[in-house]
Design a protein around this ligand. Structure first.
Ligand code: G3P
Length: 222
């Protein structure tokens, strides 16, 4: 499963990229607004930090003609950019247009398998199923992810299912269980994936026993 970090924070991207497990970055208008910096400059810095990654950058218009102009502008900034498009009627039309031009798209704000079907039929590269915002209203967001994975596989669509709106590490586990292709997660949650108390305790015991035995990897200095 590919892992993307869901942020516009350059330092978070830098750290996640350093770990060597980062496959891409997703941004959205809220995450970009939080940076206090310009959209293009932020996206291009992210592209530089993740040279082999898919970098999602979202249009903000809601009419087809303006969305298309924005999409072509964003696409022109860097070859690794994936144009992020909301699942609304003009957005699906735009995804079809961009797909026909071989421009990669990430269809966002997807909550149902029927919405995901429209995105897949339009040729979406990624389908961003939001799970946390569904869980936030006491429902089970991951159900639509499982159905979307099944739908893509049943009909042989090329779209990759991207689990988004992740709230905790269990969402990542559930994304794996659902067979999702990608999971995008906040940096804080990506950091939590490393953690386990038994790992900490086990390492502490290894090092204690090693040191107690007075051992060294390198030849002891005479
Ligand atoms: O960026 C897309 C998605 O991951 C954002 O979800 O609910 O954390 O705003 P949320």
């Amino acid at each position: 499963m590919k892992l993307f970090v869901d942020t516009g924070d350059i330092e978070e991207v830098r750290q996640a990229a350093e770990w060597g497990i980062l496959d891409g970055v997703t941004t959205n208008p809220t995450l970009i607004a939080k940076t206090g910096h310009g959209f293009k400059e932020t996206v291009l810095k992210i592209c530089d930090l993740v040279p082999n990654g898919a970098i999602s950058a979202e249009v903000v218009a809601t009419d087809y003609d303006t969305m298309l102009k924005e999409a072509l502008e964003i696409h022109s900034w860097h070859p690794n950019i994936v144009v992020k498009v909301p699942l609304i009627e003009p957005g699906v039309h735009l995804v079809k247009t961009l797909s026909d031009k071989n421009i990669k798209t990430n269809v966002t704000l997807v909550f149902t398998v029927s919405q995901a079907l429209l995105a897949a039929k339009a040729g979406a590269t990624f389908i961003s199923n939001f799970v946390g915002r569904v869980d936030d209203i006491s429902d089970e967001g991951m159900v639509a992810v499982s159905k979307t994975v099944q739908m893509v596989e049943n009909y042989g669509y090329d779209s990759e299912v991207l689990v988004a709106s992740v709230r905790h590490p269990l969402h990542v586990v559930q994304a794996v269980e659902a067979g999702a292709h990608i999971c995008t997660l906040p940096f804080k949650i990506m950091s939590m994936l490393f953690k386990h108390p038994l790992t900490d305790a086990g390492l502490k015991r290894f090092l204690s026993d090693w040191n107690d035995a007075g051992l060294s990897i390198f030849p002891k200095e005479a």
